[in-house]
Design a protein around this ligand. Structure first.
Ligand code: GLN
Length: 518
């Protein structure tokens, strides 16, 4: 198969072609590295990648497939006691030979894990995150670690100590964040799929800005073991992919309870064939008016047209009032910063990472290490977190925010007693220009309005691209304003009740097939 043709395949189509030996894993890995060679110097999606090792692993897979004498031992050297796959009759792992990238706040044993921070610039992961182990067990070839906002704090991937990532759809713009590297890599064909992490929207928002699908799974359904903590009550890893079927397949691989994470739970897997036959007839969909007011014209249009499409296919779509959503951003930033300030206290120059030189005593060592090791946005969160946790403000800030979070959870439970899912934009507009949101942190926080509610309530949510092209060609003649912004992707979001992945991915697939881009 030609390189071009290989790159049009989805991750699961590629896996199928590799299994059937129509394409080799080596060809697929070579194809993504050709793209990396071409685009990486401009886009900077990766913090690290390993071409030769990836090609070696791919060749091993191809060889194993060729003589059907592959074994788990060869796939995972050093794991000889694991269940063997040597039996030629045994089912092959679902992502065998597929090149996948992972965000750099997930541990991959023996590789650097920087979290986009100077604090961890030389840190080598001593073990692998459970979700990465699962990906490897599923046969994926992990090819590199992707760039991110420092410790996941940000919405543009401009807050990386190692420099910003650019949006492959328009290099004057940000790819979103904090999983901007994962999204950019998938968008330019530098990986067939990627893992990101989502605390307050960091999978969904970059997926939206780069024209991809991003799934935030139900909180706890993916183990956090090996995911560097930002706000532990909201952190979750999940897929950034080109289509909904890939997102479902990756979710199925990484989900599952894990004894190394006490908050992990067993969640139902997504049935891809049910997803394919999803029927909208009789489905009830709610659009909270608080999440659509103030958005851009493009977003308004995306929601209006999607609502129309859903109605035309048998669903009811109601505009609903959820007044508590007006407080979601405030609740999120109080709670996530409080948790972040506690989680980041471990970076003290003694136990982990960077240590400042020239300190006279231990207090000065802490101060110098943390002053030099953390970037501005991280310091802002630590200050905010310490403020809301201080004895003076604990009751009126932190406690109140916790109560408000409980109320918001109840409000969502109430909505889901009447509706199957919620439809809203993923972000207030298209990808901002570089440095645009850097200038004013508060407006960057406010722009998280549509993603933080699902995070606070542990709900699954998927962002998928709205078919701008169709809408654009429909009004191409009369509309000549800003052609660069016109071509940019717009994300729409479906939020479901806990464990509602099947429902929201089913509906997302329906939308994808009916006029949405793959
Ligand atoms: N923009 C959000 C924040 O800065 C999202 C973070 C995330 O999901 N990691 O907190």
């Amino acid at each position: 198969m030609e390189k071009k043709e290989i790159l049009t395949l989805s991750a699961i189509e590629l896996a199928e072609n590799i299994r059937e030996q129509k394409v080799t894993s080596e060809e697929a890995v070579r194809a993504v590295f050709e793209n990396i060679d071409e685009h990486e110097c401009k886009i900077h999606a990766y913090l690290d990648f390993w071409k030769e090792e990836s090609l070696k692993k791919a060749r091993e897979i191809d060889e194993m497939l060729a003589n059907r004498a592959y074994s788990e031992t060869a796939l995972n050297p050093g794991n000889s006691e694991a269940e063997g796959l040597a039996d030629p009759g045994e089912e092959l792992p679902p992502l065998l030979g597929v090149p996948v990238a992972v965000k750099d706040n997930l541990m991959l044993s023996g590789r650097k894990m920087t979290c986009g921070s100077k604090m961890l610039q030389d840190y080598i992961a001593p073990y692998s995150a459970t979700c990465i182990e699962k990906l490897e067990k599923a046969g994926a070839v992990i090819i590199g670690k992707t760039n991110m906002d420092e410790f996941g704090m940000g919405a543009s991937t401009e807050h990386s100590f190692f420099g910003a990532t650019l949006n492959p759809k328009d290099t004057n713009r940000v790819p979103g964040g904090s999983s901007g590297g994962s999204a950019a890599a998938v968008a330019y064909g530098g990986a067939f799929a990627a893992l990101g992490t989502d605390t307050g929207g960091s999978i969904r928002q970059p997926a939206a800005f780069c024209g991809l699908v991003g799934l935030r799974p139900t909180y706890g359904s993916v183990s956090r073991h090996g995911l560097t903590s930002f706000a532990s009550s909201m952190d979750v890893a999940g897929p950034v992919t080109r289509g909904t079927r890939d997102a479902a397949a990756l979710f199925n691989i990484v989900t599952g309870p894990d004894e190394k994470d006490q908050t992990s739970i067993s969640a139902p897997k997504v049935d891809l064939s049910k997803m394919e036959s999803y029927d909208l007839t009789g489905k009830r969909i709610a659009v909270p008016k608080q999440l659509i007011s103030g958005g851009s014209i493009e977003n308004r249009e995306a929601i209006d047209r999607t609502s129309e499409f859903l109605k035309n296919n048998g669903a009811t779509v109601d505009l609903i009032d959820m007044p508590l959503l007006d407080y979601a951003v405030a609740i999120y930033y109080i709670l996530s910063s409080a948790e972040a300030s506690a989680n980041l206290s471990r970076y003290d120059g003694i136990r982990y990472g960077y240590r400042a030189s020239g300190a006279e005593d231990i207090t000065e060592l802490y101060r110098k290490t943390r002053s030099e090791g953390f970037g501005t946005e991280v310091k802002r969160r630590i200050l905010l977190g310490n403020y809301v946790l201080s004895s003076e403000h604990f009751n009126d800030c932190y406690r109140q925010a916790e109560r408000a979070r409980d109320m918001l959870k109840k409000a969502f439970a109430d909505v889901f007693s009447k509706y199957d899912m919620i439809l809203c934009p993923t972000a207030p507009g298209v990808a901002p220009l570089l440095h645009e949101i850097d200038k004013d942190p508060l407006s960057a926080y406010i722009a998280d309005l549509c993603t933080v509610p699902a995070s606070l309530c542990g709900l699954p949510a998927v962002s998928l691209p709205f078919a701008r092209k169709e809408a654009d060609s429909a009004r191409k003649e009369e509309d000549t304003a800003d052609p660069s912004a016109k071509a940019l992707p717009v994300g729409i979001q479906l939020i479901g009740p806990r464990f509602g992945e099947q429902e929201i991915l089913g509906a997302a697939r329906f939308l994808e097939k009916g006029g949405q881009k793959r």
